[in-house]
Design a protein around this ligand. Structure first.
Ligand SMILES: [Zn+2]
Length: 122
């Protein structure tokens, strides 16, 4: 597995499980067609069709690409942490039952954990 070299800010989130400040991430208000991939390893994580605007301050998705996102209990004992299933990089947290979309799931993901690949023009 080839890993991208991370900046200190990326490392603070992806490796040290930090959180970027709300409303600052480059993908929070970003709605182009394409695929979001893991910043660290490049694995495909989310389709733009799953992205929605929750107003929570971070990019929000109601579904992941099957098998791409791992879940584990957060150290805080309350939330569910989500990680890249390939490299284990921290993505954010997932919340269920809030009613934002019919899938009733919100993946709250740090922009710095993601890269965006625009859809190829046919
Ligand atoms: Zn990864």
């Amino acid at each position: 597995m080839k890993l991208n070299k991370l900046t200190p800010v990326e490392e603070s989130v992806i490796i040290k499980k930090g959180t970027e400040p709300a409303y600052t991430g480059k993908y929070e208000n970003f709605f182009q067609n394409g695929i979001y991939v893991c910043r660290q390893c490049g694995a495909s994580l989310y389709k733009s069709a799953s992205k929605f605007h929750s107003g929570c301050g971070w990019p929000s998705f109601d579904d992941e690409i099957a098998g791409s996102v791992a879940r584990q209990a957060d150290k805080d004992g309350i939330r569910t942490e989500i990680l890249c299933s390939v490299c284990g990089g921290h993505l954010g947290h997932v919340f269920e039952g809030e009613g934002f979309t019919p899938k009733n799931s919100r993946h709250c993901v740090n922009s710095v954990s993601l890269d965006f690949i625009p859809e190829q023009k046919k």
